[in-house]
Design a protein around this ligand. Structure first.
Ligand code: ADP
Length: 582
């Protein structure tokens, strides 16, 4: 017997098909297949045998194949009955009863192998010698009636099994149906809830829209009201002022003159209030007409100071206009004058001693101009810093009672500054003084670092942090024509040598080769283009004297922690200018 062979059967007559079937059942039982599988395997064999076997002698060999999944192999070998037999066997329904059915057709013979996988548990204990013994014992010849009885029993058993399966299936179906209806119910509830939520959200949005519109309407109504009322009020006030002036120029006794003076003074206060209300209403309804033009700043500041100086509370309060850092400004001269007049009037009103100054500076990059109106006056407490920009708000104080303020000046100044594209900043320390700063953008063509002036073509950013490289790329947008990136010092050197950038932004701390080493390498290069490559070193560390020494004093050092576009642009401008001069 071959390896793993457990039984063999010679097939000589048609009647042997029953014998073979019975034998297959015995083998299947001996290797531990259950009744159902026994019937399946036996049926498969008799089905194939029916196609295969003629009167010529054939053999059936049963074998166990070891392996991770042991298998029972049933090998049939017979003379080829006809040319089409191979295909017929390959398509036989027997294929559905076993795990595999292989057909090999030779010139004269046909070999078919049926395979059935055996369960591990069974085969572990499977002892081939024992199986052979068991099969020899079962090898009794059954008569045809006996065989029929066995087959009928198989059939009945199979039908019984089928009925059980059907029953199970019906149970499963029922379960599935009830699960489905549960899921359906849940889905219905959920989608109803979702529907309701959606409706709620839609209603909320609608409500918000309505509220927003109401607010806009209310604001517009307020502005309209103020505009109308202001116009209506100005006419009679102007009449009062005119008539008062006439009266004063006539014959009056001292007492009458005093009374008319009072009337005129009250009238002027009222006119001021009305005018400011009108200005604010205009500013708030965005009806300010901004006429931008270039003008000299120093004369404007000088004129303002000259006309407002008499408003100082005490003669010893100084009003100084410092020389502006820029000559000309491009914005609406008239509106800026109004803002500065408000700020100066306040400074003069709330400063009893010391000085008031107007200081005009530009930031490092020349993107913003800052006009600061500072004073050494009473100052504003922290809790009032925000409120002074509210309409009609005034900080209660002794000085307040001596003047005719309206509480409209600062909200107006802020609106106008915003209309000019800028912002109004406030710094104040109670008892020491306040500084109001008008910050205005410098018109693009006036900027010292305007791209055309900067003239940077290719910038190489060397930094191991991709996020920071991304930040720099964003900041360089509009300043540089082309930005490339290196992830460490070595890569930076390679790229510099290959592509000759116009400017290098170099991180001090990088893997492989640090920025300081890259910088030193460049400085020592025999190539003048590399030696003089404009370079800005960047660091996360606080920039102190020691760090400066370490990186050679000539290098521009940039702190990564407080970097913004303006600072970067300013430093680039500085580095490029110093190179040009060198
Ligand atoms: P007004 O000056 O007409 O009262 P503003 O809106 O200009 O109204 O100012 C609001 C308030 O802010 C002032 O009443 C004052 O209390 C405070 N304030 C404004 N400027 C100064 C300043 N330079 N120093 C101290 N307080 C100030």
């Amino acid at each position: 017997m071959n390896g793993g062979e457990i039984a063999r059967l010679d097939w000589l007559t048609d009647a042997d098909i029953f014998r073979a079937r019975q034998r297959t059942r015995d083998v299947a039982a001996a290797v531990g297949l259950d009744r159902q599988d026994q019937v399946r395997v036996a049926t498969a064999l008799s089905e194939v045998g029916r196609e295969l076997f003629t009167r010529d002698p054939a053999t059936v060999c049963f074998r166990i194949e070891a392996g991770p999944v042991p298998r029972l192999l049933i090998e049939l070998s017979a003379p080829l009955p006809s040319a089409g037999t191979g295909i017929e066997v390959a398509n036989s329904p027997a294929r559905r009863l076993v795990d595999s059915l292989d057909v090999r057709v030779g010139s004269a013979r046909i070999e078919v192998t049926l395979t059935k996988e055996l369960r591990r548990g069974h085969i572990a204990a499977l002892d081939i010698a024992a199986v052979r013994g068991q099969l020899r014992a079962a090898e009794v010849q059954l008569g045809p009636l006996e065989q029929l009885r066995v087959q009928n029993a198989d059939l009945i058993e199979t039908l019984e099994e089928l009925r059980r399966r059907q029953h199970d299936l019906a149970g499963l179906n029922e379960e599935l149906a009830s699960t489905n209806s549960g899921v359906l119910a849940m889905y219905t509830t959920l989608s109803a809830e979702l529907d309701q939520t959606n409706r709620g959200v839609v209603a909320l949005y609608a409500e918000l829209d309505v509220r927003g519109q109401q607010l806009a309407d209310a604001n517009e109504a307020k502005s309209r009201f103020l505009r109308n009322v202001s116009h209506e009020l100005r006419a009679p006030i102007n009449s009062i002022l005119g008539l008062g002036g006439l009266l004063l120029s006539g014959q009056l006794d001292p007492e009458q003159r005093r009374q008319v003076d009072y009337v005129l003074s009250s009238g002027r206060s009222l006119l001021k209030l009305v005018n400011e209300l009108l200005d604010l209403a205009r500013a708030e309804s965005d009806q300010l007409e901004v006429a931008v033009a270039k003008f000299e700043l120093a004369p404007l500041l000088g004129e303002l100071a000259a006309t407002l100086r008499p408003l100082a509370i005490n003669r010893d309060v100084e009003l100084v206009v410092e020389e502006p850092e820029i000559d000309a400004l491009v914005t609406d001269r008239d509106l800026l004058t109004r803002v500065l007049r408000n700020l100066l009037t306040n400074a003069l009103a709330f400063t009893e001693h010391g000085r008031i100054w107007v200081r005009t500076t530009t930031d490092a990059a020349g993107l913003e101009v800052r006009i600061a109106v500072g004073d050494t006056g009473i100052g504003i407490a922290a809790e009032h810093l925000g409120r002074v920009f509210e309409e009609l708000f005034q900080v209660p104080s002794r000085l307040q009672t001596q003047r005719h303020g309206t509480g409209l000046g600062l909200p107006y100044a802020r609106r106008v500054t915003q209309a000019l594209g800028g912002r109004l900043e406030l710094d104040s320390v109670p008892g020491s003084g306040s500084t109001f700063t008008v910050v205005l953008p410098v018109a693009a063509e006036e900027r010292p670092d305007h791209p055309h002036d900067l003239r940077i073509g290719h910038v190489l950013v060397a930094d191991d942090d991709p996020a920071f490289r991304y930040v720099l790329r964003g900041m360089l947008d509009g300043l540089a024509e082309h930005v490339s990136e290196a992830g460490d010092g070595t890569e930076a050197i390679v790229m510099i040598t290959a592509s000759r950038p116009d400017l290098l932004l170099l991180d001090l701390r990088m893997p492989n080769l640090g920025g300081a080493e890259v910088y030193a390498t460049l400085r020592n290069s025999p190539d003048p283009a590399l030696r003089d490559l404009p370079t800005i070193l960047m660091t996360n560390m606080p920039i102190d004297a020691a760090l400066r020494r370490d990186v050679e004093s000539a290098a521009a050092l940039l702190s990564k922690s407080d970097l913004d576009r303006a600072t970067l642009a300013g430093m680039i401008a500085a580095v490029l200018t110093s190179k040009e001069q060198a």
